[in-house]
Ligand binder design. Structure first.
Ligand SMILES: [Zn+2]
Ligand SMILES: [Zn+2]
Ligand SMILES: [Zn+2]
Length: 144
């Protein structure tokens, strides 16, 4: 098992350390996106500055991508193995207004957006907001 984590790190040119393997393992345990605070809760034994440094390193090496879902806390998710975080690799994210979770919709790519002349796109952050598959009950209650 640990070999898999090591391979993921090596694929992205990240030097192996015990902490990095541990952090990656916890990141992969999240079924949806996670925030720095989520990681801190899971990894109380690791100090906070090490955690934020590790996140930054993983992000710089494109092992994880970040999502600004407008909630005030940046979310992260581990990239697919073949992701280079280029425009073609980007996918839509979904923020649930009810459980406040942010989902990666990895199979839905960002539609091409036609920009006015002389405007060049460098990144796209497309977050769709609504009700996730698990929350319809709460939603109907609120709207009744
Ligand atoms: Zn990526
Ligand atoms: Zn939800
Ligand atoms: Zn994502």
């Amino acid at each position: 098992m640990n070999e898999n984590y090591a391979k993921l790190l090596e694929n992205k040119d990240i030097k192996l350390t015990a902490i990095r393997v541990l952090v990656l393992k916890i990141m992969l345990n999240f079924t949806q996106t996670f925030s720095l605070a989520d990681l801190e809760t899971e990894l109380v034994s690791v100090d906070k500055s090490t955690l934020s440094r590790t996140i930054r390193l993983f992000h710089d090496h494109r092992l994880i991508h970040s999502i600004d879902d407008g909630s005030g806390s940046i979310k992260y998710s581990v990239c697919s193995e073949d992701c280079n975080c280029s425009l073609n690799d980007l996918h839509v994210h979904f923020y649930c207004n009810y459980c406040k979770k942010t989902f990666c919709l990895k199979n839905i790519s960002i539609p091409e957006i036609e920009l006015p002349e002389e405007f060049a796109v460098e990144s796209v952050n497309l977050v769709v907001k609504g009700c996730c598959e698990r929350c319809p009950k709460i939603a109907t209650k609120l709207h009744d």
